[in-house]
Design a protein around this ligand. Structure first.
Ligand SMILES: Cc1ncc(COP(=O)(O)O)c(C=O)c1O
Length: 384
């Protein structure tokens, strides 16, 4: 029903991703080259019919949209009083770090992990405590000795979990989330669970919300959710924070109010409401398309480029490519690929410990574009 094959020219649209040279192909930053669901665009047009844009408040429908979606598709019952609006997940994470931890505190990350967490931590004068995950050549698991050592550090006060994980695409099992939750309570470390990628998932797979696992998890966590990744509304600055614990909620609310990121713009609420009430059919087709793209990459690499191994992940449209066999550090590798073929992918070292010999590639694009990217990658490797 929806057309994901159509190439849409995004040049000269002020897109960060597409602000590149004529011959270049961007498969780096995490936004998709698909138009958002038409149901969402229609909601924007509806809002545009009124020509006055003032300060906005949240309608009941905004709360209902999140609550019903998470209940129906993710099995999490959220209480309306525990939800608050925030102008984006990264601003929320940054604000939480600034106001809920102290200067020089350590913040624990399972690595490799989303690069902006590093910026948020360091830019706020806190320290990153990396708990590197175990990579077994095909996938990732948590090294609980390393994690426990990190959490037991007396200056560790916060852990940010990316659930599901960017850049590896890992969907965390319930047992992992439970164990992380127990360790964090034992060492008095608060959890931020960034669940922005939770709706981009292999058909028939499910993600487990951190807060759904146990009362312990619910009581010690701040969950960040949004329609922006799944519905390609990145940059629209609309998200929600789910904070069941009254004391933590009080501090989070104060934090985002102090940082002036607690108020929606005219389109922020409409985006979430239309996505979570009318976007399901589009999302299911998107997920089938992304899954197919992943399989195309897997087959291509196996047949044409065995030096690069796809680390299969069932979430996100971001592929984590193991380039260890190429024996070239990822920043140098990504720069060479870009220079020689115009393909722009992310170097794995931006994602911290464990990323040195990996690349991250965004495959949320029409298949012809994906095949162009893969041919460029093949050429780049043969020219090394
Ligand atoms: C894990 C994760 N969190 C947050 C964001 C960005 O969130 P926002 O645009 O709401 O700040 C991204 C974008 O790639 C992401 O991958």
């Amino acid at each position: 029903m929806y057309d994901f094959d159509k190439i849409i020219d995004r040049r000269n649209t002020d897109s960060i991703k597409w602000d590149i040279k004529e011959n270049e192909l961007p498969m780096w930053v995490a936004d998709m080259d698909f138009p958002t669901a038409q149901e969402i665009t229609e909601a924007f047009y509806e809002r545009l019919k009124h020509p006055v844009f003032g300060y906005s408040k949240l309608r009941d429908e905004w709360f209902d949209a999140y609550i019903n979606w998470w209940k129906r598709y993710h099995g999490l019952e959220m209480n309306r009083e525990h939800l608050m609006f925030c102008a984006g997940v990264v601003p929320a994470v940054s604000s939480i770090i600034r106001h809920l931890t102290k200067p020089d505190d350590k913040i624990v990350l399972l690595t490799p992990n989303y690069n902006h967490f590093y910026n948020c931590i360091r830019d706020n004068g806190r320290r990153v405590l990396e708990a590197e995950m175990h990579y077994n050549g095909t996938g990732y698991c948590i090294d609980y000795d390393i994690l426990e050592r990190a959490l037991s550090d007396l200056t560790a006060s916060l852990m940010i979990v990316c659930n599901p994980q960017n850049p590896t695409g890992t969907i965390w099992e319930k047992q992992d989330l439970q164990r992380i939750g127990e360790l964090c309570v034992r060492y008095d470390v608060t959890i931020v669970s960034d669940e922005i990628h939770c709706d981009i998932i292999t058909p028939d797979k499910e993600y487990v919300p951190f807060a759904s696992v146990s009362a312990l998890n619910r009581n010690n966590s701040i969950t960040c959710i949004a329609p922006t990744k799944a519905f390609n509304l990145a940059g629209l600055q609309t998200s929600a924070l789910y904070v069941p614990n009254e004391n933590i909620r009080k501090h989070v609310r104060a934090a985002i109010e102090k940082d002036e990121i607690s108020m929606p713009n005219s389109f922020a609420a409409a985006a979430a409401i239309s996505a979570f009430t009318k976007g399901r059919a589009w999302l299911e087709e998107l997920n089938a398309y992304v899954y197919h793209n992943k399989q195309i990459v897997r087959c291509f690499l196996q047949k044409e480029l065995p030096e690069i191994r796809l680390v299969w992940g069932d979430a996100t449209y971001l592929l984590w490519l193991d380039c260890t066999a190429l024996k070239t550090e990822s920043k140098e590798l990504a720069a060479k690929i870009r220079k020689n073929t115009g393909l722009y992918v992310m170097a794995g070292s931006y994602y911290g410990k464990g990323g040195t010999y990996f690349l991250r590639m965004n495959i949320a694009c029409p298949q012809t574009q994906l095949l162009d990217g893969l041919e460029r990658l093949k050429k780049a490797v043969s020219d090394l």
